[in-house]
Design a protein around this ligand. Structure first.
Ligand code: HEM
Length: 461
């Protein structure tokens, strides 16, 4: 099959304009189509080597496409209505699945990202109050201060590793707002080590990720075990301290410990590790991509600067920040969604888009591909923040950087507020210039931009 024949970029709009919803289609319980694979290993080589192109090529087989890799059967679903169906309307027929739970077993099986059923529901209602608009507003000062400190450090260097710098910034915000830990202390060093060990251990391009259990442990695994043991020790100390001397901290640990003794120490530990894992690298990547895109689009960044100058306060809060800031961030999350794949598994055999999906199949929702599908987006690969002004007839789930339905990102509002405040504080003080125009993101545990080097200039100099 040629690359262009049935590519989503050329496919007729017949399916898109059909009055039948994709879920109502009947195909007599056929299995979804997909690329031919090699005996035993299926499509593993294409999957490991193909990067983001693999998902795009897969869509040539349709909006529901099947392949096998790493001994698993996957079905990629690229139709927004079907994505909505699984994440929202039919969500009780699906769970996160074994594939994602393997990561959970490694990191934090009882953490909010990985639990299911009643346990998940109880955890979500316990933690939801930490993310109300009012609670989030109370973090404004902390986010602005951390971003201003970062700005004053960044411009003293000739060039910066933007991704590492953004990671340091978002980790310090998370540590201050949800953990009440100062990262410059010895305790902070334990948290920083754990974060970097988790990053290496969950790197799916590293051989360690698929290393068999019976084989001698790799240096990455040893480092991970040591760092997690140190983190566990620190968490135990923190729990002990808070139980002995209650403080007025209004953070994640306080929320967890407020639930009497019903939350076990092990669950508290898993919850802290989960938020450490889910709550800062995602935002760091979003900020990295946003700054990188802005630096390549002077028309947009000039307008953003002008709009920021017109804001009366030099310390705007999230509500007085110009609308363009929000559009720039949304557009960056469209082009480069840090969580570029969402996984689900049917609890029993289901029918999806007319196809039969047996229990045990891993479903994938490829945000990167759907966010650039020309059926829903004009000029899909271009950075056009103004596409977010006004209304649209586009299906809702043509865009899902924070997932959807009951399991959508609990930190979504936190992340958006943090990104707006950080972007504003940084661009008011600094000008960014790309050292290289190349950016080839790799599908890793998150969408990895590789090294992004930037020249930074202080605007006041
Ligand atoms: C730009 C930044 C972020 C992005 C793109 C992002 C993306 C996502 C996505 C796509 C999901 C849903 C996964 C699924 O359905 O399988 C999710 C869930 C989650 N996120 Fe985020 N996230 C971000 C920031 C944050 C922050 C700042 C926090 C915490 C402070 C956080 C904590 C979580 C947690 C705990 C879950 C699991 C929720 C549940 O299952 O109930 N995330 N995130």
């Amino acid at each position: 099959m040629s690359d262009t024949e049935t590519s989503p970029r050329n496919r007729s709009t017949e399916e898109a304009v059909s009055t039948e919803t994709p879920d109502e289609r009947s195909r007599d319980g056929e299995r979804p189509p997909g690329p031919d694979g090699l005996p035993l290993i299926g499509n593993t080589i294409g999957f490991l080597r193909g990067g983001l192109g693999f998902a795009e090529r897969l869509q040539q087989h349709g909006d529901v496409a099947r392949y096998t890799a790493l001994g698993e059967e996957f079905v990629a679903v690229s139709d927004p209505q079907l994505i909505e169906s699984v994440l929202v309307s039919r969500n009780d027929e699906f769970w996160k699945g074994r594939f994602e739970n393997e990561l959970g077993e490694l990191l934090a099986p009882s953490g909010l990202v990985f639990t299911d059923g009643e346990q998940w529901r109880d955890q979500r209602s316990l933690l939801q109050p930490l993310f109300t608009p009012e609670r989030l507003r109370s973090h404004t000062e902390s986010i602005r201060t951390a971003s201003a400190t970062a700005a004053s450090e960044w411009h003293t260097e000739d060039t910066i590793d933007l991704r590492a710098a953004c990671s340091k910034l978002t980790l310090s915000i998370l540590a201050d707002t949800l953990f009440t830990i100062d990262l410059t202390t010895a305790r902070g060093a334990i948290v920083r080590d754990a974060v970097s060990a988790i990053r290496d251990r969950t790197d799916i391009t590293n051989i360690t990720y698929v290393w068999p259990e019976w084989a001698p442990r790799t240096p990455t695994q040893h480092r991970f075990d040591r760092a997690m043991a140190d983190l566990d020790g620190l968490i135990e100390e923190l729990i002990d301290e808070r139980r002995r001397t209650p403080t007025d901290h209004d953070d994640l640990l306080a929320a967890l410990l407020s639930a009497d003794d019903s939350v076990m120490d092990e669950t508290v530990r898993d919850q802290l590790v989960t938020f450490l894992f889910a709550g800062h690298e995602t935002t760091a990547l979003a900020l990295t991509y946003t700054l990188w895109l802005l630096s390549g689009h002077p028309g947009v960044s000039d307008r953003l600067e002008t709009e920021l100058e017109s804001v009366e306060s030099d310390q705007p809060d999230a509500r007085s920040i110009p609308a363009l800031t929000d559009r720039v961030i949304r557009e960056a999350l469209r082009l480069y969604p840090p969580v570029y794949l969402i996984y689900r598994e049917p609890r029993r055999e289901v029918n999806l888009g007319g196809y039969r999906i047996p229990r045990g199949t891993t479903l994938q929702f490829p945000a990167y591909t759907v966010h650039r599908d020309p059926r829903w987006w004009d000029d899909p690969d271009a950075f056009v923040p103004d596409r977010w002004a006004g209304t649209t007839s586009r299906p809702e789930y043509a865009y899902f950087p924070f997932g959807g339905g009951p399991r959508h990102c609990i930190g979504m509002r936190f992340a958006m507020m943090e990104l707006k405040l950080a972007l504003t504080t940084l661009t008011q003080r600094l000008a960014f210039e790309r050292v290289s125009d190349a950016l080839t993101p790799t599908p890793n545990a998150l969408l990895d931009p590789g090294r992004v080097t930037m020249r930074v200039r202080d605007r006041s100099e």
